[in-house]
Ligand binder design. Structure first.
Ligand code: CA
Length: 232
């Protein structure tokens, strides 16, 4: 069972999705515009958000961007626009998956299940198995020893660079906002600038050399690790 927030202004469609997901045993909450969605996300801390692109007031992209500043839950975007450029924009602002309208409810439920599985695997990897080395192409992280190697050579990383790399590699594909990273790496009492995170990231990428591009900038939000880009 997961807590799912549906953000969709068409009430009939929202109700249909809700009843289907509830039959699958999920707890579902509905928001009908962007402001409601942001408030509901802060209050209810859903495990997953289904977010329509076309909303009154704040549109889905703005909501996605706002959600990403604070939250790590997967976001599945719904869109009637099928343009590739739109999909790219959505993924760049931190959506995890896409479904074009009209969609079949079975397809939606399958995407939801797949995203929830990913999160479950994610947190399992981060908690129980966090001592196992993780290998992505030439890049290998040994969380137990707090060290990383690139093509067999130890990387000379500062504590913060190491913490940053561990966090990203232990959550492949997840988008971390600058605010989140700042708080996580420097602590909430640090009155610093988001730029501190960027500076750290520049150094880390430089040390990763050819595979530095596997840490992708998510426009307007922060960063995410793309394991497939480390395989080269
Ligand atoms: Ca809509």
């Amino acid at each position: 069972m997961a807590r799912i927030l549906i953000v969709e202004d068409e009430a009939a469609l929202s109700d249909l999705v809700r009843s289907h997901l509830e039959k699958e045993g999920h707890a579902v909450e509905q928001a009908f515009d962007g402001r409601q969605a942001l408030a509901a996300a802060d209050r209810a801390r859903p495990d997953l958000v289904i977010l329509d692109w076309m909303l009154p007031g704040l549109d889905g992209l703005e909501v996605c961007q706002e959600l990403r500043r604070k939250h790590l839950m997967p976001i599945l975007m719904l869109t009637a626009r099928g343009e590739v450029a739109d999909r790219v924009t959505g993924l760049q602002v931190g959506a995890d998956d896409y479904l074009g309208k009209p969609f079949s409810i079975v397809e939606l439920a399958a995407r939801v299940a797949s995203l929830l599985r990913r999160v479950a695997l994610d947190s399992a990897a981060a908690s129980s198995d966090s001592t196992q080395p993780l290998a992505f192409g030439p890049l290998v992280l040994d969380p137990a020893g707090h060290r990383a190697t690139l093509a067999g050579s130890a990387l000379d990383l500062s504590k913060r660079e190491m913490d940053l790399l561990e966090l990203l590699l232990q959550h492949p594909g997840r988008t971390f906002s600058r605010e989140f990273l700042l708080e996580r790496l420097w602590g909430s009492d640090f009155d610093g600038l988001d730029r501190a995170v960027d500076t750290q990231m520049v150094r880390l990428r430089r040390k990763l050399g050819d595979v530095g591009g596997c840490i992708e900038t998510v426009w307007g939000i922060g960063y995410r690790f793309r394991p497939e880009l480390a395989q080269t």
